[in-house]
Write a protein that binds this ligand. Structure first.
Ligand code: HSE
Length: 430
């Protein structure tokens, strides 16, 4: 008896697309055995089909016309790997409207157009799968949405940008300046030529939006939460916080339930050295989640790269072929959707570094301002120096509200004895 044939179209013959082709070339027997059907990567579309990507693909399968996929009734699954908003959004919507399932790694698009894309997929009874969009090759989203569906989550904490994590790891291991590590990472091809998206936290924010939908049933647009990158971190901060305070510095995406509200935020965070997340180094990603039934769980692995990301893409194809009719709801019911806490009301411990003249009365002035805003200090350290020189002072506060800290810092910064604006890093709560 002939096996049913499933045809797949791939839009985007870049690095990840080449990885997908490689997996279909190498592991087709395994894939077909798994799904019990014949699987054919029928068409690969890209504007550039002449550059050699180092993978084997017959020239009849290549096309520059996206309609060779979108309008082909024999193709039932479309993989979108061009990234960005347009034309990816139009291609995905057209594929869904034409009754095709879609597999994508496009976190930017999902984070921005989640409601539109999932509504169109639901209306047309086809699936949209996006395991590769967060954490690359790590099995993360499907387990979160399905295997862990019995849980109410207290919090999800993610190191989900490999570039930022690589830079912070190198700064910490080698005591280097941010700009020097970034330059080296760019030379090695680890960081993009324009790394803004990764180092300013936007990539982490988009991935956190997806995790927040799946973990808490709440969609939050990026403009609605605090996003801060890692560019102001210095080797001095890393050295002091690791040696004296026993923390590691990580760019963290955090969503946590506080009362009836959700805190959603992305910023550099000091994590205790014995926390599981502290061991997530280099380009690796780690997502730590706390469910009310399962307790703490951490997913760890390669969050980017050709083959790990392609692995998640092909995994999604296999899942769709095995369960094309599966109805998926994302996260807890929308009735449980939560309001987002205003960042000014978020409460945290803070590390503060400032540079002040070493003169009598300076600390008194600083602590006067802190006490005016009800901020209590856990520790203060000052480096030795010649009198009247400016010196770094390192402080750790007890818990305080963001609003009080920000108001206090803006007053401290205006003192004539303060020679550089305060640097502030939030500390992960126990
Ligand atoms: N640029 C991302 C990172 C990989 O550095 O982790 C793609 O999500």
């Amino acid at each position: 008896m002939n096996k049913t044939l499933v045809n797949i179209g791939l839009i985007g013959f870049g690095t990840i697309g080449s990885g997908v082709i490689e997996i279909f070339n190498q592991n087709i027997d395994l894939i077909e055995k798994k799904v019990g059907k014949e699987v054919n990567l029928k068409k690969v579309v890209d504007l550039d089909i002449s550059t050699d990507r180092g993978v084997e693909i017959s020239s009849e399968k290549l096309s520059t016309d996206v309609n060779d996929i979108l309008e082909d009734p024999e193709i039932s699954i479309v993989i979108e790997l061009i990234g960005g908003y347009e034309p990816a959004r139009s291609f995905i919507l057209k594929a869904l409207e034409n009754g095709k399932h879609v597999v994508t790694a496009n976190k930017a698009l999902l984070a921005k157009h989640w409601e539109e894309i999932t509504a169109v997929s639901e209306k047309n009874n086809v699936r949209i799968s996006f395991e590769a969009s967060v954490g690359g090759g790590i099995p993360l989203l499907q387990p979160l949405n399905e295997s862990l569906a019995a849980n109410n989550f207290e919090g999800i904490y993610g190191i989900i940008n490999g570039t930022a994590n690589y830079i912070l790891t190198k700064m910490s291991e080698e005591g280097l300046e941010f700009d020097d590590v970034l330059k080296e990472a760019q030379e090695k091809g680890y960081a993009e030529q324009d790394p803004t998206f990764d180092i300013e936290g936007h990539d982490t924010a988009q991935k956190l939006i997806i995790l927040t939908i799946l973990g808490f049933g709440t969609y939050v647009a990026q403009e609605k939460f605090h996003v801060e990158g890692i560019t102001k971190i210095t080797p001095q901060d890393i050295e002091f916080t690791s040696k004296k305070l026993k923390y590691v510095t990580k760019l963290l995406g955090i969503t946590r339930k506080v009362g009836d509200e959700l805190e959603v935020r992305v910023h550099p965070t000091l994590i205790p050295q014995d926390h599981l997340l502290a061991s997530v180094n280099d380009v690796f990603n780690g997502v730590y989640m706390i469910g009310d039934s399962v307790g703490p769980v951490m997913m760890y692995g390669q969050g980017a790269g050709m083959m790990p990301t392609a692995s998640a893409i092909v995994g999604d194809c296999i899942d769709i072929i095995s369960n094309p009719e599966k109805e998926i709801t994302y996260g807890p019911p929308q009735s449980q959707e939560k309001a987002i806490k205003n960042m000014a009301e978020v409460v945290s411990k803070y590390y503060i570094r400032l540079k002040a003249l070493d003169q009598p009365g300076v600390l008194h002035k600083i602590s006067g301002i802190l006490s005016k805003y009800h901020i209590s200090l856990e520790s203060v350290n000052q480096e030795k120096n010649e009198e009247n020189q400016s010196i770094p002072i390192f402080m750790v506060t007890h818990k305080a509200s963001e609003k009080n800290i920000m108001d206090a810092i803006s007053q401290i910064d205006q003192l004539p004895e303060i020679k550089a604006p305060c640097m502030l890093i939030r500390i992960l709560e126990d």
